[in-house]
Design a protein around this ligand. Structure first.
Ligand code: HEM
Length: 446
């Protein structure tokens, strides 16, 4: 690995690491952003034998995401316990095999085939909204994502259960709140606290739902090409060593990671559109021009160019997954610095996406940054909302299709206005949520 810029003997970092950790737990996004601007491309926080590194240069981010030999993905302890050994939590050969088995279900043709299912679900959503109603876009986007993934990945109608499932999903994800020591720490794990009991109940609810779905599908012919049917079919044929537990782990993984991520991305998109009237007008003009009086389809994806640019820019400012962490499994070197085995290496799309070296005036919402020429002029890992390498998001194509079709279908009929005076504050869990939700008033377009 080449060194980036002048490389001092030791990486820079805060002088008082205890204060740094305190600041990090109070305000992780603010602290990491300030630390990167102050200390540079490698920030080192060391307490005793424990070391954390934050990498802020695209070449170093590439190394962190692609070096699977030396760096292993870390998943929050509580989430790991719930997910078992699905795609997010398994490693090495096992991960390679699972990925190879699942990848064909996320290829371009399959996603194109799912686009009508997506539009159908989104249209039903738009039909339920009423003129002047005030809705929480955080909840709406999560429920919509659950109903889309229910149909597209599981071939199940989740509509009547969406709110119930959302509650269970969010309760489990609550445990991934950055500063939730009580659930994340091994020492606190066994203490009986109300939050632990809530977490256990929610995890059990999700487990029961998923097992119920599998049992139901096993009774039928399960000839359809959805993820659940394919896995149950393979299980019935007893091929590829697919046990019922493995199907459960995989389904729960997709449910956990495939809903809240696009939902968060879309919630922030509506927020940014409400705050930037010029962009919203341009977006609506494109949607009207491309679609006229009809609904969108997967074939419109390439034509909805500005809509894609809006979604890309929204995930730049508010990347749904704002931090990715790897643990060194042996001593390794990055940018000339020795990273000792057991150290944690972090990369943050939130921090890098707001770096003025790659995105001038980084706080400004400007979809024009995503013209093909402008995007090609930037280094590859200056933008990485979906990660990279062999652990890169398998649902990326699905998420883009879902995002663009949701924006186009809803913007065709509705304007969303922020409830005046509502407080907006970031709330970093495993996804980047809004602490007080996102209440918006709906207005039909003439
Ligand atoms: C805007 C939406 C989404 C974003 C920003 C996102 C982001 C990510 C990121 C950053 C990772 C890699 C984490 C790491 O390297 O540690 C990841 C992995 C993953 N994502 Fe997504 N994701 C999104 C939507 C989806 C959807 C819709 C699905 C399912 C249909 C999905 C399924 C997965 C799975 C299964 C993994 C683990 C992949 C592997 O390790 O092989 N994601 N996602």
């Amino acid at each position: 690995m080449e060194t980036i810029g002048a490389c001092p003997a030791k990486p820079a970092g805060p002088r008082n690491p205890w204060l740094a950790y305190a600041a990090l737990y109070r305000d992780p996004l603010g602290y990491l952003t300030r630390a990167a601007r102050k200390h540079g491309d490698v920030v080192h926080i060391k307490i005793g034998r424990k070391s954390d590194f934050l990498l802020n240069h695209p070449d170093l981010i590439r190394t962190a995401l692609l070096d699977h030999e030396n760096l292993r993905r870390c998943v929050h302890r509580p989430l790991r316990r719930v997910l078992g050994t699905g795609l997010l939590t398994c490693r090495g050969e096992r991960h390679k095999k699972q990925r190879a088995l699942l990848q064909p279900m996320f290829n371009r043709e399959r996603i194109l085939a799912l686009s009508d299912v997506m539009v159908d679900q989104i249209t039903r959503w738009a039909d339920r909204w009423r003129d002047g109603a005030s809705v929480d876009m955080a909840e709406e986007m999560t429920d919509l994502a659950i109903s889309i993934s229910g149909k597209a990945l599981f071939n199940i109608d989740f509509d009547s259960k969406a709110a119930e499932l959302r509650d269970a999903l969010l309760t489990v994800l609550q445990a991934t709140r950055f500063n939730n020591l009580a659930l994340v720490s091994k020492q606190f794990e066994k203490i009986s606290l109300p939050s632990h009991r809530r977490f256990a109940r929610a995890a059990e609810k999700l487990d029961m739902e998923i097992r119920g779905m599998i049992a139901e599908r096993r009774k039928g012919a399960c000839e359809d090409p959805d993820l659940l049917s394919v896995l149950v079919r393979l299980h019935k044929q007893s091929r590829k060593g697919i046990t019922e537990q493995k199907i459960r782990d995989q389904m729960l993984t997709f449910f956990m990671v495939g809903n809240e991520t696009p939902a968060t991305g879309l919630m922030w998109t509506w927020y940014l559109l409400a705050e930037n009237a010029d962009v919203a007008t341009k977006l609506r003009n494109e949607v009207d021009h491309v679609l006229g009086d009809r609904l969108p389809s997967g074939q419109d994806f390439d034509r909805l160019r500005y809509t894609r640019m809006v979604f890309a820019e929204s995930m730049r400012l508010y990347p749904p997954v704002w931090l990715m962490t790897r643990r060194a499994v042996r001593d390794t070197k990055i940018n000339g610095f020795v990273i000792r085995s057991g150290s944690y290496v972090h990369v943050s799309p939130f921090v890098t996406h707001r770096d003025a070296r790659y995105f001038p005036e980084p706080e400004r919402f400007d979809p024009e940054r995503w013209t093909p020429e402008a995007a090609a002029a930037r280094p590859k890992f200056s933008y990485f909302p979906f990660g990279g390498g062999s652990l890169q998001c398998i649902g990326e194509g699905f998420a883009w299709m879902q995002g663009v079709l949701t924006i186009a279908t809803l913007a065709r009929r509705w304007r969303m206005r922020l409830v005046p005076g509502h407080r907006i504050e970031l709330d970093p869990h495993i996804t980047l949520r809004s602490r007080y939700g996102m209440p918006m008033v709906l207005e039909p377009r003439k």
